[in-house]
Design a protein around this ligand. Structure first.
Ligand SMILES: Nc1ncnc2c1ncn2[C@@H]1O[C@H](COP(=O)(O)OP(=O)(O)O)[C@@H](O)[C@H]1O
Ligand SMILES: [Mg+2]
Length: 376
């Protein structure tokens, strides 16, 4: 297959500061999605035509650094929404005055930290994946900026921020069970969509800080910097030598052998489900040593109804349907199987969670959380 260079895809990188009128990087078309592997970072430039026949159904805007400065009050500290491995994310505002044809809206602008560990490849991955994949449970990419070494991404703004902030923020009120289940279902639908694409996509970095929430708690996946095209043909996995992702969320076969598959995403999904059930972070050094790894501590109790109350988030104060919780716990247990084969597909996860959304069950009475003291 011919390689398409990123230079041909993103022409403005080479015409910094000049007005590139080619704002519409991608156009609606019925051709197959361009894979990350089709795009070479180093090979020589090739026709922009290749791109227009490869990007499917999206319109990306090219911004200048100046425009994004304007949109974010000069990347002011007070506009900062969060920060991950790529760099800081700022709230901004764009409209027709900034770019012709652009809808007036709040945006999130992610700026590459030039001193950081990530770089051009992750930036490009976000454009290749999010620029082409459109779904109600994936965050919308509006555009990008590429000037000299600067790399930025502009997304729709998600008013409730990340699940990490909502679930673990110290002074926030507890998230009700129904909201947790709505988020679990939305995120599962996003992952299922990626896994079932014509060319399956492995998300690779599924975790609470990459799940963003709309005002009504609709979950959307963001941060495709580490996403990867899935195996082709009969292959069950792709093998990688560099293990990337986040400690605690990565599947055992990926950490140990570099085997990456859609089932490794299912494991990470199971970790997030466990965090939703327990209200605890997957890794927390401040916890007692036997509870430090949430999976090792919680997994054995997930299939035992009598022990389930040890696992459930005490901040729920018992306000959850017992039958529903038992089913979600069993599903979590399956997702967290050490061996990838018994893990369910994300489609199966969606089906199970859909059957639980309006679970008509009596809520059990508030219970007192009893911390079992270790007797020596
Ligand atoms: N579209 C957005 N709307 C609101 N907050 C966002 C948005 N995108 C990112 N954030 C915030 O910034 C954090 C880091 O963003 P992310 O895309 O995960 O960056 P990284 O690739 O560096 O991990 C998120 O956890 C979230 O708190
Ligand atoms: Mg992130």
């Amino acid at each position: 297959m011919t390689k398409i260079t990123w230079k041909s895809i993103i022409p403005s990188c080479y015409k910094t500061k000049s007005k590139v009128e080619e704002e519409e990087v991608s156009k609606h078309c019925s051709f197959q999605r361009l894979c990350l592997s089709d795009v070479s970072i180093t090979s020589s430039p090739k026709d922009i035509e290749d791109l227009s026949t490869s990007f499917v159904g999206s319109k990306l805007y090219t911004f200048t650094l100046e425009e994004l400065k304007e949109a974010t009050h000069n990347f002011s500290w007070s506009n900062m929404l969060g920060e991950g491995g790529f760099g800081p994310v700022y709230k901004g505002f764009v409209d027709d005055n900034l770019k012709r044809g652009l809808k007036a809206q709040s945006v999130a602008v992610k700026r590459l930290d030039l001193e950081g560990l990530q770089g051009h490849r992750e930036w490009l991955a976000e454009i290749i994946f999010l620029g082409q994949l459109r779904h109600s449970h994936l965050v919308k990419l509006i555009g990008y900026c590429c000037e000299e070494k600067n790399r930025l991404l502009v997304y729709e703004y998600m008013p409730r921020g990340s699940l990490e902030n909502q679930l673990f923020r110290r002074y926030s009120s507890s998230m009700p069970w129904s909201t947790r289940m709505k988020i679990a279902l939305g995120a599962a639908k996003g992952l299922a969509f990626l896994h079932e694409a014509d060319k399956p996509v492995i998300y690779r970095d599924f975790k609470t800080s990459n799940i963003l929430l709309d005002s009504d708690y609709t979950a959307k996946l963001s941060d495709f910097g580490l996403a990867k095209d899935g195996p082709e043909g009969e292959e069950t996995h792709v093998t990688t030598t560099r293990i990337m992702g986040t400690k605690g969320y990565a599947a055992p076969e990926y950490v140990m052998a570099g085997h990456l598959s859609t089932k490794s995403d299912v494991y990470s999904y199971g970790v997030v489900l466990l965090e939703l059930l327990t209200g605890k972070r997957v890794v927390d050094r401040s916890r007692p040593s036997r509870e430090r790894s949430l999976v090792e501590w919680g997994r054995p109790m997930l299939r035992d109804q009598r022990k389930l109350h040890h696992v459930m988030d005490p901040r729920l104060e018992g306000q959850f349907p017992m039958k529903g919780a038992v089913k979600v716990a069993a599903l979590t247990h399956k997702c967290l199987s050490h061996n990838p084969n018994p893990r369910p597909s994300m489609r199966d996860v969606v089906k199970t969670l859909e059957s639980l959304q309006d679970f008509d069950d009596v809520f059990i009475a508030p219970f007192v959380y009893v911390a079992v003291s270790e007797k020596k």
